[in-house]
Write a protein that binds this ligand. Structure first.
Ligand code: 3HC
Ligand code: NAI
Length: 725
């Protein structure tokens, strides 16, 4: 039964029953119509309470129904209209979540009672659409335009106490929301309902609404570059100001249909489901996520409290896992402690505002220099400098100190997991946990399995990712893993574009207009140019170890761009030194301005090396950089490093500022058409045989040859994930 009804005194309690999240599928909508119909007609019923089974009100419309005929049956907005018009008071009892259509349903009820742990919101924008069951019309009438815009355009999940302050819910309770809703329902029997019908309310405001909305449009355009849904949300809210309710709802519907035609919702919904699929990992042995039990991580340790370690400590503490935090000396420990404590204070403040006692949610952090204190921890995450010898030294120590069943994780951004594991007494319990900076904020976690990593270790690391609230993807072990490996050819093309006549700001602008959160040069300045320089020096690509007589722009017979090395040699390491591809207001400054020094440097460089200037236009810049990225993705699939294209897209969407409304680099390649991507790469490679990264991958060639099948069919061509490296 998609919805059930029971009677408590004279209150009918209608319960949505569609596990796991009570999505409002066609069968639920039909059942709601039926149960409300019966409750309305039943003379013994004086009030109605609506709730969801298993402690979840509802996650909204069933996203899987979009684009199918199921969505065309009874509409949620019609149901909302019926509920709102009911002569008997209807109270929503919100437990767990009331999201999207779920909140719209609750807004159609006359009263809303929420459990303190619950969250409400209209997150449709995050899947490329807008609230389309009256949400953009009812919410502004309830909480005013500025607050409604904030909720709808950002798609935030709002904690119950904030929802109470905003006026979205009428009551927040510590105990059972259903019991409280029944009590409230009994209290309001017979009271007039007119003022509780949101669609009938007028929007009152002292603001100059048109100016306010226009300013919001401008801000939003900048913030969500290229994403159509946030703009449509604003236009729908504008309609709530200008039009009567029913015409506003029509506008909402029209905007929904025009959004659908852009293709962005399909890409974002692909991204949504791909994220959930990534958790269902598979292993080359055939083992799957459901065949392995993760071990419980009750305590953890973090080694190194630099940029990454600090964020990892916060993530663990927020997940209620007590942490031991270790540094190399008293000074670094004190620095790390200060940074961690100040971040923890901020988290505690947030919790207080949400009505929680921080002590009940944030686990303790113990700071020490003594490795000996790690003897009882269940799991250690190492985050010291990116240096193989240092990492090995740490893992040898861990091996001798930690209990035999402790898991040992490394946060390396690309070093060989097997080599690190080889120095321990338990290579089967060693795994890569590659967080992204800042680790307490960024959603992505790449879990890197080594040759000997056991299935239990994988299951434990994947489960830890889930507990930390991360989008976690299992990948194989190869230099730089998936995300950073794909960056190589992408950044290489960006540098070649500079050699050929572009400037950092031209390339960045093109990529940012494509939708990237940050262009490649701003990204390198943020990360620090010295990191890559050190790695190239170690590999003998630059510095004293480059063999005498090596041409400046060639390495091992292939094209090489020394531009980044030359910048580093001039002390330009990016934001940290106030100068890199751009200039900044001060060392550590964040505002990038084009630097005349860089322009002059590039012009001299091109002259010295007699490079013909042929600056590319925006479309060419995007094609070269993005196709280079996707091409490496195809190689990663061939090598069995990622088990499916969806995993690669999840990594790019959540760790690299890729615009989600374009689905991810692999989805984008499929959207553009694989034959086109193949032909463009092939043409480039034929003209530039010294750039092997642009040689079309074999898998791309194979898929293009059969016309570029939809992405979900690529698996058939890829075959089973076997690590071929
Ligand atoms: N429709 C269909 N399936 C949904 C769904 C939805 N709205 N929300 C979640 N699911 C599915 C997931 O795909 C997953 O399926 P699986 O088990 O087969 O992989 C399962 O429910 C559990 O989801 P999660 O793994 O994400 O579980 P969590 O507990 O981590 O998170 C959640 C739960 C917070 C509800 C999260 O799933 C979520 O954010 N869901 C989407 C909410 C949303 O965007 N709602 C708006 C929908 S559009 C809408 O309502 C339009 C309306 O305006 C007309
Ligand atoms: P960092 O330089 O900011 O911090 C490293 C910390 O390790 C320092 O505080 C240092 O004192 C400490 N340390 C060094 N030797 C130690 C020892 N013997 N015992 C205890 N602590 C010791 O480095 P960052 O950026 O935090 O990087 C750490 C690791 O994370 C590296 O492997 C890096 O490649 C990886 N990484 C970095 C990312 C970034 O954006 N910075 C992103 C993802 C991974």
């Amino acid at each position: 039964m998609a919805a059930t009804r029971r009677l408590v005194n004279t209150v009918a309690v209608i319960t949505i029953n569609h596990p796991p999240v009570n999505a409002l599928s066609s069968s639920v909508r039909h059942a709601l119509v039926e149960e409300f119909g019966k409750a309305s007609k039943d003379p013994t019923v004086e009030a109605i309470v609506l709730n969801g089974s298993n402690g979840k009100f509802s996650a909204g419309a069933d996203i899987r129904e979009f684009g199918t005929s199921a969505i065309k049956t009874v509409s949620l907005e019609d149901i909302n209209g019926t509920i709102e018009a009911s002569q008997k008071p209807v109270v929503a009892a919100i437990e767990g979540i009331a999201l999207g259509g779920g909140l719209e349903l609750a807004l159609a009820c006359h009263y809303r009672v929420a459990d303190i742990q619950s969250r409400v919101g209209l997150p449709e924008v995050l899947i490329g659409i807008l609230p389309a069951a009256g949400g953009t019309q009812r919410l502004p009438r309830l909480i005013g335009i500025p607050a409604a815009l904030d909720v709808i355009v950002r798609g935030r999940h709002i904690p119950a106490t904030e929802a109470l302050n905003l006026g979205i819910v009428d009551e927040v309770v510590q105990g059972s929301a259903v019991d409280a809703a029944i009590q409230l329902a009994q209290k309001v029997i017979g009271l007039p309902l007119n003022k509780r019908r949101l669609s009938t309310l007028r929007i009152s405001s002292n603001l100059n609404m048109e100016d306010f909305l226009d300013t919001t449009v401008e801000k939003t355009k900048k913030q969500f570059r290229g994403a159509q849904a946030p703009m449509a949300c604003i236009e729908a809210v504008r309609a709530s100001v200008l039009l009567p309710y029913h015409r506003g709802v029509e506008k909402e519907r029209q905007l929904f249909l025009s959004l659908w035609a852009t293709g962005q919702p399909q890409a974002q919904q692909y991204a949504f489901f791909s994220e959930r699929e990534a958790a269902k990992w598979s292993h080359p042995s055939g083992a799957r996520w459901y065949s392995e039990e993760p071990k419980l991580v009750r305590t953890a340790a973090v080694i190194g409290l630099g940029t990454m370690g600090r964020g990892i400590v916060i993530s663990l503490s927020k997940a209620n896992i007590p942490v031991i935090a270790i540094e190399q000396d008293a000074y670094q420990l004190e620095m790390g402690k200060k940074a961690v404590n100040s971040l923890l204070e901020r988290e505690a403040e947030k919790l207080k505002q949400q009505g929680f006692s921080p002590g009940s949610k944030l686990a303790s952090v113990h700071f020490t220099l003594a490795f000996g204190e790690l003897q009882d921890v269940d799991l250690v995450i190492e985050a010291v400098y990116e240096n193989m010898e240092l990492k090995k030294e740490i893992f040898r120590k861990l091996s001798s100190v930690c209990k035999s069943n402790a898991f040992l994780c490394t946060n390396t951004s690309g070093l060989n997991i097997d080599e690190i594991a080889s120095v321990t007494d338990r290579p089967n319990q060693v795994i890569g946990t590659h967080f992204f900076s800042p680790a307490n904020i960024m959603k992505l976690l790449e879990v890197v399995r080594g040759q000997q990593t056991s299935l239990t270790t994988i299951a434990t690391a994947m489960n830890l990712g889930k507990i930390l609230g991360k989008v976690t993807v299992l990948v194989g072990n190869c230099p730089l893993f998936v995300g950073n490996r794909m960056l190589g050819p992408y950044l290489e093309q960006a540098s070649y574009l500079l050699e050929e006549g572009c400037y950092p700001e031209t390339v960045d602008r093109a990529m940012e207009e494509f939708g990237f959160a940050m262009g490649p040069f701003r990204m390198m300045d943020l990360a620090g140019l010295d990191v890559g320089w050190r790695s190239r020096t170690e590999k003998g690509l630059t510095g004293a170890n480059v063999p005498q007589g090596t041409p400046a722009r060639k390495r091992l017979g292939n094209r090489y761009s020394p531009l980044a090395d030359l910048l580093c040699e001039s002390g330009r390491f990016g934001q940290k030194t106030g100068k890199g591809w751009y200039q900044y207001e001060k060392p550590g400054g964040r505002t990038a301005r084009p630097d005349p020094w860089v322009k002059d440097f590039l012009q001299k460089y091109r002259k010295t090396h007699q490079i013909k200037q042929q600056p590319s236009n925006q479309e060419q810049i995007v094609e070269r950089c993005v196709y280079a990225l996707a091409n490496e993705g195809f190689r990663i699939l061939e090598d069995g490093i990622a088990s499916c294209p969806e995993d690669i897209d999840v990594i790019y969407n959540n760790g690299y500022g890729w615009p989600k409304y374009r689905g991810g680099p692999m989805y984008y390649a499929s959207f553009v058409g694989l034959p086109k991507v193949f032909n463009t790469l092939e043409k480039y490679y034929k003209a530039n045989a010294d750039v092997p990264s642009m040689k079309p991958a074999f898998l791309l060639k194979k898929l293009a040859a059969v016309g570029g099948p939809p992405i979900k069919e690529w698996r058939l061509q890829v075959g089973k994930p076997v690590n071929k490296l």
